[in-house]
Write a new protein. Structure first.
Length: 75
């Protein structure tokens, strides 16, 4: 996931959410040059899940909550 910014991930998530909406209304959409229809709804929903997870991960990292810390007692 190196090089992907939170803004870029949010744009992708927004595109997949919009595509899901259109497909559910019976329309076809294009994402990254690929035409998707109702038959591809599972692909779009996996994209929503993937980009949602990335947005959340990048947002947590940006806020400093995504880091793991180890605390060892002294003595």
């Amino acid at each position: 996931m190196a090089g992907i910014t939170l803004a870029q991930a949010q744009i992708k998530l927004d595109a997949y959410l919009a595509a899901e909406e259109k497909i559910l209304l019976g329309q076809s959409v294009q994402i990254d040059g690929q035409t998707l229809t109702r038959a591809n709804l599972d692909v779009v929903q996996r994209g929503v899940t993937l980009w949602d997870a990335r947005v959340k991960q990048l947002a947590m990292a940006a806020s400093g909550r995504g880091r793991m810390r180890t605390i060892a007692p002294l003595g």
